[in-house]
Design a protein around this ligand. Structure first.
Ligand SMILES: *Cc1c(COP(=O)(O)O)cnc(C)c1O
Length: 373
């Protein structure tokens, strides 16, 4: 039988290049708490991404939770059901009521036209997600936020190094959150970050991720422990050197998929808008059963028979999980587009080490399955 191809496989830097970093850590005996690699990594990241202030975290979920604390968000927050659960969980952990708004049908991001109707006197913020790395309609979201005096916190976990008109997408909103989990375009094994606009906010975030300590004897707030350790930071610093080559490989893979799948009726690939430098964190395709002949689920399970493991991202919707499904905004009638997309979407294998022959084989099978129940 053929080798197993998973939806993703992390890229690791050459081991021998990591050894000198480890030796430094062993020499320093400084393992965490704002160590030299932590500082260096934040500086390098800010430069690489083209953002002014960044604070790195132990993971993306803690960054989301802390971001909400940093801006003292309370009450209700308008968000999308079409994301990874951590987006909504971060609200729940802050005792904030999530209010789901439907998504648009092309890039599956929150539909700005649906936000206004969801605003109530309790609304304090909007938490959109740049799904699959496609930037939200950031201008329109900011326009609405400004009218109603709302904060905007982007879950930019998919948008590492994504640029719109040569500007980092992470510069939008009051705060943007990144994830460096093993499955993401850029990984520090586990990891995450908050991008903010000014030094005072960065100081507040840094304090919140370290128990609220301002100095040796002063704890000014109930902070959390969300610090990134020196091993992760050193690894991240080394990873950054390889990012451009990882992204270039992903773009090549995406172009090959696009060219091979465009002739398959009923399969729609991701559309990337002009002015976007994409990184292809995922390679989602939409399956239209009537034209393709079989459903998304049929395709997903048939590929598994050939040892190809896609991922039905995002299915089920967050609003369908037990914690959230009782909320009025979670009803299928409030989220018709999201409900439809969740039934039709599947992410095909996509990672920097994926071979062109594998892409050709996957696309050959997709072509072959067409119309065959
Ligand atoms: C991965 C991811 C997160 C969570 O990040 P972790 O680093 O795994 O905690 C949050 N939101 C989205 C959209 C994600 O894809």
């Amino acid at each position: 039988m053929s080798k197993k191809i998973m939806v993703t496989r992390p890229a690791l830097p050459p081991l021998e290049e990591f050894i000198p970093y480890l030796e430094k850590i062993w020499d320093n005996k400084w393992l965490t708490n704002d160590g030299p690699f932590h500082r260096q990594f934040e500086k390098e990241l800010a430069e690489y991404l083209g953002v002014k202030y960044i604070s790195v975290f132990a993971n993306g979920t803690l960054a989301l939770i802390t971001a909400l604390q940093a801006l003292r968000i309370t009450g209700e927050v308008i968000t999308t059901p079409f994301s990874f659960v951590a987006t909504t969980h971060s609200l729940w952990w802050n005792n904030i009521k999530p209010v789901f708004a439907d998504i648009e049908d092309v890039h599956y991001n929150i539909d700005p036209a649906k936000i206004e109707a969801a605003i109530t006197p309790q609304t304090t913020a909007i938490m959109p997600v740049h799904v699959f790395g496609n930037p939200c309609n950031v201008e329109e979201i900011q326009r609405i936020a400004d009218i109603y005096g709302l904060r905007v916190i982007y879950d930019a976990a998919h948008a590492f190094a994504v640029k719109k008109d040569n500007r980092s997408v992470a510069n939008w909103g009051d705060l943007s959150i990144l994830s460096f989990h093993a499955t993401k375009v850029f990984n520090t094994i586990e990891g995450g970050a908050i991008v903010c606009r000014d030094e005072k906010t960065k100081q507040r975030i840094d304090l919140l991720k370290n128990f609220g300590f301002r100095n040796e004897t002063t704890v000014i707030e109930p902070g959390i422990n969300a610090k990134m350790n020196e091993l992760q930071a050193a690894y991240g610093s080394l990873q950054l050197k390889y990012m451009d080559s990882y992204i270039a490989k992903r773009l090549k893979t995406a172009a090959l998929y696009d060219s091979l799948l465009k002739k398959v009726k009923g399969i729609t690939c991701m559309e990337v808008e002009d002015g976007i430098s994409h990184t292809y964190p995922y390679y989602p395709v939409r399956v239209k059963t009537a034209e393709y002949g079989i459903s998304r689920d049929d395709l997903y399970f048939k590929l598994q028979e050939y040892d190809i493991f896609g991922r039905r991202y995002f299915y089920p919707l967050i609003s369908d999980f037990p914690t959230y499904k009782g909320l009025p905004s979670a009803s299928a009638s409030n989220l018709p587009v999201a409900a439809q997309v969740a039934k039709e979407i599947v992410c095909l294998p996509m990672y920097a080490g994926l071979e062109p022959e594998d892409v050709e084989r996957i696309c050959g099978l997709i072509q072959q399955f067409s119309g065959k129940k």
